[in-house]
Design a binder for this molecule. Sequence first.
Ligand SMILES: [Zn+2]
Length: 264
Amino acid sequence: MKKRIRVVQQILQEKGLYDGAIDGIAGPITMRALASIDEVNSSDPKTRQITTFVQVEANKRGIDAGPVDGLWGPQTNAAFEELVYRIENGEPTPEWRPDEIEIQNPNQWPVQRTPEFREFYGERGTRQVMLDFPYPMRLSWDLRIQCRRTQCHENVYDSLGRVLQKVKEIYGENSIRELHLDQFGGCLNERPIRGGSAWSMHSWGIALDFDHRRNALHWGRDRAAFAHPDYNDWWKCWEEEGWISLGRKRNFDWMHVQAARLPE
Ligand SMILES: [Zn+2]
């Protein structure tokens, strides 16, 4: 928290709105400066005001912090780290290009949270079908529980089947198990994104999670197992069908893959 406040103080100072100490303490001078920012609501709790300011400043610099909701989720966290990097280095983090892969969109997946998306997938939790997995999965939350099938949206059914079939052909069941590609964390789940207010792509049954223990939500490629080259083929299987990995694209939530594009 202190670091966040220090960064906020620093930006406010650059704007000429703050002349107090850069001490990481949200005292009255800091809060008064924040109150002069249009998007910040000074009746919100302090942490929410600080988060809102970080989101606004990141978005202004073209760093995608997601919706400005004052809630600190993984996307805000990633945007904050980028913001800090830019302040410290005076330039953006060099772009990360895993294998220079162009992600095709053969199934015309829509961009998330757009009218086209609503048109394509409809209401949350509707038009669900059952897909039998081509290899046995285990529930990543409780590995004793076998999982032979999942619910998913009818529009992703064929593609998802092809992806998993290909994974099976490329890796084989032994490697699948060794690499935890059978540790399934769920697909359909109607809930807001963790630490945010927008609905998760899981709410439509078009996103899947795998091996969440070794790909924790806030971990970047330095820690996430799925960032390792052993998984290049795994990602190729998904990306050939246009599925988007938040890890590969945004460097957080490496457990997650979805049949929706991200806004550019
Ligand atoms: Zn997910």
